[in-house]
Design a protein around this ligand. Structure first.
Ligand code: PRT
Ligand code: ZN
Length: 214
């Protein structure tokens, strides 16, 4: 059987459309029917796996996929040792600290001893540790913005793009800690020489597409 490179792409979410578009712009043809979970391109040895973004780093690590497109935030949070092959530039957002409007914020030290709700305890923990601040984390996987209002956190650390969600929940962004964009990740060593050659061809096209749009 001829070798193919498998790429894991978010099935449905903020990364999906642009991930597919960038591959299409490489001249690669495929159906991208949202109901299928796996499909093969018709004119390039590339196979698509449509999965949840959270699963992409471990799928690549375990060899279920060869490469994947995921937010840098998700990749860094999982701390799985892979290679960032390309920064794709889309899905830009920042990971920020936000506090209720009446919270007196004078820098990260104001978080000392506070409860911070976040879905990114590893990234946040690393940053606070480096800055000598100790706080406790309330780990939530969604609706982080409501936690101060319901009394389970003093502040939050979440992704922000427009800031509208924070404003709607009576929160104020006080510090941006980290910025993220979509990245293409892969293992440090491809599973075979044939796969590496296919990936090299894909990267050539991708670089041309990114250069043309910059
Ligand atoms: O179902 P699945 O697990 O695959 O998807 P998901 O719900 O976990 O992820 P999804 O699709 O919401 O986000 C995928 C990736 O998009 C994230 O990992 C980020 O890399 C990137 N991204 C870019 C964002 C945002 N912008 C963003 N604004 N991810 C989430 N948000 C959320 C944020 O958490 C907050 O709730 O949007 C809200 C804030 O938006 P604004 O515009 O009101 O500031
Ligand atoms: Zn997810």
């Amino acid at each position: 059987m001829a070798e193919v490179v498998r790429i894991a792409i978010q099935k449905s979410g903020r990364l999906s459309e642009k991930s597919l578009q960038i591959i299409k712009n490489c001249g690669i043809k495929f159906g991208s029917d949202a109901r299928v979970l796996k499909e093969e391109a018709s004119n390039f040895p590339l196979e698509f796996l449509y999965v949840r973004d959270d699963d992409i780093p471990s799928y690549v690590r375990d060899g279920i996929a060869d490469v994947g497109i995921v937010g840098r935030n998700e990749y860094d949070e999982q701390a799985i040792d892979l290679e960032v092959l390309r920064d794709l530039g889309f899905a830009k957002c920042r990971l920020s600290i936000a506090v209720p409007n009446d919270f007196v914020y004078q820098g990260l030290s104001s978080l000392e001893g506070k409860r911070i709700a976040t879905s990114y305890p590893n990234i946040l923990g690393g940053i606070l540790k480096a800055r000598g601040v100790s706080a406790s984390f309330v780990q939530v996987s969604g609706s982080v913005e409501i936690t101060p209002a319901v009394g389970i956190a003093d502040a939050i650390c979440d992704l922000v793009s427009t800031g509208a969600t924070l404003a709607m929940n009576g929160l104020r962004e006080v510090e941006s800690l980290y910025t993220s964009t979509a990245v293409m990740i892969g293992r440090k060593q491809m599973a075979s020489v044939a796969k590496q050659r296919i990936l090299d061809r894909l990267m050539l096209r991708l670089d041309a597409v990114m250069k043309a749009s910059s």
